[in-house]
Each structure stands twice: as C-alpha cells, then as structure tokens.
Design a protein. Structure first.
Length: 277
C-alpha cells in the first residue's frame, strides 16, 4: 500500500486535532492525535524540507530524525514562548506548532516539486519482510531500540497527560510600585515622610488560607494588616504605608507574611531606603 500526499494528510490531522481540542477537550482522541503531533509531526516536516530526495535518507534514518528533531523543535518553541506574554500554555503551543508544521510543509512541498517525480521522497508502507531481512544485524538492533524509545516516550507522555497531577502548593507574596508594576519603589525619603507600596498576596495553596502582613521599619514594628481570608487562587492587593523616623542610608523596610497564627514568617520581602533630614 502506498500513501501519497503525506504532507497534506499530516496537516489535515493537525487541523482535526485543533477541532477536537476546541470542541471536545476531554476526548481521548486529544491524547491519541496529540502524541504524534508533538513527537513526530514537527520533526517529520523539517526532515522532509531538509531532505526532499528519496535517496537522501532511508526509512530508519527519517524516523529517527523525525523523533529527535520533534523534541528539539518543541523544546525551542516552548523556550521562546516562555519569554512572551502568552507563556507555555495549551493554545500558544498548539498554534505555534501548527504554524511551524504548515510553513515547513510548504517548504518541503516546494523542494520536492523541483525534483523529478522518481527522485521525490514519498511516504510508503509495505507489508513485506524482504527489506527487514536485507538489513544488517546492527541496523535491526538500532531499529528495535528506536521503536522502543519512541513507544516509551509515547507511553510516558500519555500517562502524564491522562493522570491528573497535583500542583505545587505555595503562596505568592510581592510588592509593587504605586502604578502596579515592579518598579518605582521608594528609594530616598525624608525623616517622617510616608512611603507607600502595593503589597499583594495570591493563594496557590489549593485551599482557603488565613494571612497576616507585618511591616517592620529599621527593626521596629510599624503595623500589621490582617487577618485576611483568601480562597484558592484568590488575590489580595492593598496600598501599605510606612514611615521612617531617623536619617540614615540603606534602612531596611521589611514586609513579613504569616499564615494563620504561625509565629515564624512564611514569606519575607524588603526594601532598602535612604533617609535624609
């Protein structure tokens, strides 16, 4: 049996996966189609674009390259997304890989068209043991190892996707400038002048939690906020004021977060402020 238009079918499956994820997010087809979409498709189209000639690589080499390059491409795309506002989330990854597959498919199609029909690579499946018998022992062993690695990777990824993971429990504790950004903190103040910052808490503990925020200025207690009851994923932000009563450079202003009635701080933040007369 010979399969023509492999690039077309590959993109059709990709579009089908997008439709399934959008319309039926809990479907098992999401996992079945998602595994080759991540582990095979990106590397396959890249290999097809780099080596359009039939004689350039044999089947085992193409399979190995498809698998290895897919891991590399997915990792690089994930790394790039990590530095964008979208982050490493489902739809940014899905769209990025889809665009990559489409562009490389066009590149592979163009490069194949420039070759004679007989020289073009075309995906084919043959139910015959003759090619297997003609391979050397080393080729057979390498092929078996490669298949085992791919099946192991597919199984591991499938288990990871199918098994609910318990997320890490923690609390976000942060301070911002008055414009809501991590800049423009008070750096220089006058004695008796009131400094102000935005203090924020996000409960990632996966359960309701109670918090207190204590403000320490130069080692002395300058006030406390709370108790604050926050549900899972609930955010609290408030403008907190503090006053420095004596002149001096690099005076420490501390913000201590306590959980419940605990006596030891759960999180600590601080600013260094120069105070002048």
């Amino acid at each position: 049996m010979r399969v023509q238009s492999d690039l077309i079918w590959l993109n059709i499956v990709t579009l089908l996966l997008i439709a399934i994820i959008t319309l039926f997010p809990s479907s098992v087809l999401r996992v079945i189609l998602g595994l080759p979409f991540i582990l095979i498709f990106p590397g396959y189209v890249l290999t097809a674009a780099l080596f359009p000639r039939r004689s350039a690589l044999d089947g085992l080499e193409r399979l190995a390259l498809s698998f290895g390059l897919s891991i590399t491409v997915v990792s690089l795309i994930g790394l790039a997304l990590n530095y964008t506002p979208w982050g490493i989330r489902l739809y940014p990854v899905l769209i990025s890989l889809t665009v990559f597959i489409a562009i490389l498919s066009l590149a592979a199609w163009y490069r194949r068209r420039r070759l004679a029909t007989a020289e073009r690579f075309a995906l084919s499946f043959r139910l015959s043991l003759a090619p297997w018998r003609g391979q050397s022992l080393i080729d057979r062993v390498l092929f078996i190892i490669l298949i085992m690695v791919i099946l192991g990777a597919l199984g591991t990824l499938g288990y990871t996707i199918a098994t609910p993971q318990v997320g890490e429990k923690f609390t976000e504790f942060y301070i911002l400038g008055l414009d809501g950004k991590a800049i423009d903190y008070p750096k220089e103040m006058k004695v008796g002048e009131q400094g102000r910052v935005v203090v924020g808490i996000i409960n990632r503990e996966q359960e309701q939690a109670s918090y207190r925020v204590k403000i320490m200025v130069g080692g002395r207690d300058d006030g406390e906020v709370g108790p604050l009851m926050l549900g899972p994923e609930e955010r609290w932000e408030e403008v907190i004021s503090f006053t420095l009563q004596k002149a001096g450079s690099a005076q420490k202003v501390e913000f201590l977060l306590y959980r419940g009635e605990e006596s030891q701080p759960y999180r600590e933040l601080h600013l260094w402020v120069d105070v002048v007369d």
